[in-house]
Design a protein around this ligand. Structure first.
Ligand SMILES: N=[N+]=NCCCCNC(=O)[C@@H]1[C@H]2[C@H](O)[C@@H](O)[C@H](O)[C@@H](CO)[C@@H]12
Length: 450
């Protein structure tokens, strides 16, 4: 491959989320979130970790912006904590909570770093969960009102808005498998939740248009392309169904206004219909300005009769390199999914809103972290993104997950994804990893070594 030179205006960024980095879980009037409740429930999180303090970003955000400047990122994707702003999820506004995000955005703009706000990255106000959470259609309406407040408060300051982060994870990890908050375990509930998440996305887009705001709005989906383990018809079928379950179940409603037909039929036959209302799919498929794609890995799938509704199982790729999460390192999958989304779903601009890896990072005596595995992982994925760009995919930017090590949900602090090392045991000191210094070069030159 010839020299890899990205466009001058390519948006190189890094991403985080509120519950994973902020801490101050009950400070300055913040309301309880379902992740506060879940992490305080014994047995849910590795080592009994919680987000009570996390990276203490709520107090250290100025230092973190200095580090963003040192790395040279052009944009910073973060999420706002709904219960920090609306402690009960609706009604009363917690001005101190809102002021934190005002200070954060002001300081980002002063640092010439473009904010991208994700309105929902999993930390639902517990008060709404107490009323059914995302199983309750009213939550979609309350989300849209929270979005309206944010659009009005940050009008002219923030021009990149993401409604939801990974509705698949919220619906299935949170409501089918119980690994995430609120921890329920019912597949049909997950389908109902997915529908209300998508509905709330469309309602927020309507308000964004109504408020006639400058900027762009989109949604972020975790897309994990599925590949058949063999070329048998049954393997191909199994892979296609799992691909629909994770990817098309969200891409299709947003861009085509309908759920994938065959899978929808399988669900209805086996589980009965979840509740929808006339017009829902029109709302869900409102025109958006971009799609955010979170890519980490692929799935290799083979036919397995009777194992689940899909007659499929994911094959563990033992002989392939993988990250600390056990996810196969498969950069080609990023190219494949970018091209497929552009070909099959939308010609709208795309952002890679998350891509990164957890490795076993060690802090040396000299305060260095030699994370060459992360440099190789990112470099290989940047090359695939570049290939998609050259093949005509309208890729606008790339946000590395993550800016800093943080609370990795059920894994607690045991997994490190950051460009910045966080020394949790010693006052949350921050150290730039070698990958941060490497990333700085890539951004400065717009080049990746071939
Ligand atoms: N096989 N395989 N699988 C890949 C499946 C990925 C599903 N998990 C995610 O995408 C989460 C996303 C989240 O936004 C962030 O909050 C998390 O910290 C990162 C890292 O976990 C990722």
């Amino acid at each position: 491959m010839a020299k890899i030179i990205f466009p001058e205006d390519f948006i190189w960024g890094a991403a985080t989320s509120s519950y994973q980095i902020e801490g101050a879980f009950n400070e300055d009037g913040k309301g309880e979130s379902i992740w506060d409740r879940f992490s305080h429930t014994p047995g849910k999180i590795e080592n009994g970790d919680t987000g009570d303090i996390a990276c203490d970003h709520y107090h250290l955000y100025r230092e973190d912006i200095e580090l963003m400047k040192e790395i040279g990122i052009r944009s910073y994707r973060f999420s706002t904590s709904w219960p920090r702003i609306l402690p009960e999820g609706k009604g009363r506004v917690n001005q101190k909570g809102l002021d934190f995000y005002k200070r954060l955005v002001d300081n980002l703009l002063k640092a010439n770093i473009r904010p991208m706000i994700t309105l929902y990255h999993w930390d639902l106000p517990q008060a709404l969960q107490d009323k059914g959470g995302w199983t309750n259609r009213d939550t979609a309406k309350y989300f849209a009102e929270y979005a309206r407040l944010m659009f009005e408060e940050f009008n002219g300051l923030v021009d990149l808005w993401v409604t939801h982060n990974e509705p698949w994870v919220v619906a299935f990890e949170g409501h089918a498998f119980g690994n995430h908050a609120p921890g329920t375990k019912d597949f049909k509930t997950a389908l109902q939740v997915a529908h209300h998440l998508l509905l709330s996305h469309g309602m927020a887009v309507d308000i964004f248009r109504e408020e006639d705001l400058p900027g762009e709005i989109g949604i972020t989906l975790n897309l994990t392309p599925a590949y058949p383990a063999g070329d048998s018809e049954k393997d191909v079928k199994a892979a296609s169904l799992l691909d629909d379950y994770i990817n098309a179940w969200f891409l299709s409603p947003v861009f085509k206004g309908s759920y994938p037909e065959e899978l929808h039929h399988i669900y209805e036959q086996n589980l009965g219909a979840f509740t929808t209302q006339p017009g829902d799919m029109d709302i869900i498929s409102r025109d958006i300005d971009f799609l955010g794609i979170n890519y980490y890995s692929r799935m290799v799938v083979r036919h397995k009769p009777g194992d689940n509704l899909f007659n499929a199982e994911v094959v563990k790729m033992e002989d392939r390199p993988s990250t600390e999460m056990g996810w196969e390192i498969y950069p080609q999958g990023l190219y494949d999914i970018l091209v497929r989304v552009n070909k099959e779903y939308t010609d709208k601009p795309l952002y890679i809103t998350e891509n990164g890896a957890a490795f076993d990072d060690k802090l040396t005596e000299e305060g260095k972290i030699h994370d060459e595995k992360r440099i190789n992982y990112l470099g290989d994925h940047f090359k695939q993104a570049y290939k998609a760009l050259k093949d005509g995919v309208p890729l606008r930017g790339y946000y590395v997950w993550s800016l800093m090590d943080n609370f990795e949900w059920a894994y607690g602090y045991s997994k490190r994804f950051g460009l910045i090392y966080v020394d949790y045991e010693n006052g949350n000191r921050r150290f730039l990893k070698d990958s941060a210094l490497w990333y700085r070069e890539v951004i400065e030159k717009g080049q990746v070594e071939a």
